[in-house]
Every structure is written in C-alpha cells, then in structure tokens.
Design a protein around this ligand. Sequence first.
Ligand code: AMP
Ligand code: MN
Ligand code: MN
Length: 320
Amino acid sequence: MINLDLLLEEADTIAIAGHINPDGDCVGSCLATYNYIKEYYPGKKADLYLDPIPNIFKFLRFSEEIKSERPENICYDLMIVQDCGDVERLGESKKYFDSAKVTVNIDHHISNECFGQHHYVIPTASSTSELIYNLLPKEKINRFIAECLYVGMVHDTGVFQYSCTSKSTMEAAGFLMELGINYSKIVDETYFVKTFEQQKIIGLALLKSRLHLNGLCISCFITKEEMDQYHVLPKHLDGISSMLRSTKGVETSVFLYENGENQYKVSMRSAQYLDVAAIAVKHGGGGHVRAAGCTLTGNPEELIEMLVNEISEQRKGGEC
Ligand code: AMP
Ligand code: MN
Ligand code: MN
C-alpha cells in the first residue's frame, strides 16, 4: 500500500489524471483525490485533468475545476494516475506523466502492468474509488469526498451487483452512507436516469442486436450516422453492453460504436466465466475479466464475426 499523505507532503505541484472517455469511477475517484488535496493541502498547486465529463457528474464538488485543456511545458512534482490500465489511456495527459518527478498509479484493471514509481494496483477491487477509500484516513473523508467515492463504486459495480462487489466494497459504501450523502438520489440520477435520446438509442441497439453461438453471445453495432440521428455522443452509450448482456441465456455481449473513419470502440461484458479482458488485450485494449474494451478498424459485421470466433475459441479451449 502507498502512503498518499507522505507523497502529497513532499510535493508542491500535483497533477491528477484518469483515462480517456472518463466514466463514473474515473471521475469519482479523481475528484475524491482532488477534493482531499483542496481540503487538507490548500497551499499546494493541484490540477485535475480529464476529458469533458458527463453532465450527470457535475454535481460533485470541484467538478467545474477539471481541466480539459492540457498546456505544454508544465512539470509536476507528483503525478497521480487513477483508473487507467496503461499510460496510453491517459490520452493528452500522458505528457505530464512523462515529465513528472514522482509518479503514482492507482488502479484495478487486470491488464495494468504496474507502471509508475509507486503503484497500488488491485485487480480484485471493485473500483479505483474503493482503492482511494482504502488509502484515505477515514476521519478525513468528508461528505464531498464521500459523494465522489460513492459515485465511483456505484458505477463500476453496476449498483453493487457485479461479481467485483465484495464485503469490503459494501463496508466502504456503508461507511460513506453515514456521512450524509444522498445515496438514493446519486444512484437514480447518475445511474438509472437516461435522457430521452439515450432511451431511443438503447431501444435501437436492442432492436439491432443479434444472437450468436446458440444464444451464448449477443452483438450489436451503432454507426456514427445513427448517433448523429439521435443526438448522442459516445459517453451516452455507457451501459448498453451491460444491458445486452442481461439477455436470458447470454454469457457475453459485444457492443461496437463508430468513433472514427471505419473505427469502432468495442465494449464487451460477460456473465460468469468468459474472460473478455483476454480478448480485449489481444487487440491492444484492456479491462477486467467481466468488462473490457478495445478499439478496432474495419467493417463492423466482420469485426463482430472475428470477436465471436475468438469467444467461441476461448470457450472450446477451456481457457475459462
Ligand atoms: P467499457 O466497455 O468502455 O465500459 O470498458 C470496460 C472496461 O475496460 C473499463 O474498465 C475500461 O477502462 C476498460 N477498457 C475499455 N476500453 C479499453 C481500451 N481500449 N484499453 C484498455 N482498457 C479499456
Ligand atoms: Mn473507468
Ligand atoms: Mn474503474
């Protein structure tokens, strides 16, 4: 385990960053650390860098201070990387990692190869937010930090449902609930409520879905044209792969959306035994055993066929 306070005390300038297309755990865990520094180390210069975050997370304290522009030529004393399986996933923030005097890597991706000088990488942890909870002195967790951490845990566990949820996750959540956070509202407004446009594209994805391997696998792809038609951005498609996976009898879902010329973001989920991280890693991506992703180039139908074949091979090979 790393000593966050010791590292913070020794640094005058601190940068925090998470992965591209930040999700609930990335935003929640990074803002928790940022709130902690602002509260207990007010004299230090701290900057939090993330791509623009979904509006649902903008109620979290200091979210308006998140920087999406990343100027050149700043060298930080300390760079804290959170919820990021590899340095490439830092996107534009990578330059701060490369030039920082001290680097810290806090993460729970199975594909994380423990980059950085100091690391706290626990693949069995539910979320990076749970890891930040472990690192912070309990008496110093205020309501604002608790809100951030709770959001992160809720999102990476599918509201405490996925198999990554453990007794310690529930104990951490219970501790946070006692700090005066509006936990029902957080779950409803950040997890379940969707815009009308999102509901429409979810409907389209379900209608377009196809079964493979005798119903063991489900797939679907959404084109840029369809996203434009329903006025949705990539960040609005979070949750579709999990929704597809919850089809009766399905073990694995493969969801693709177009995020560039002939380029597709792949989002895979599995229910009980398939290792989707192994498939994602093979294609330069990463993630967790039950939730992983990568980016591929080509015809979406052919890409799906290739991934379905790999799923079938893994099953046959008894790798799972
Ligand atoms: P997603 O399907 O995008 O929700 O991602 C599922 C999990 O896999 C998350 O923990 C992501 O951080 C991780 N992941 C998704 N895409 C990639 C990628 N291209 N490289 C590494 N990890 C990824
Ligand atoms: Mn994440
Ligand atoms: Mn995470």
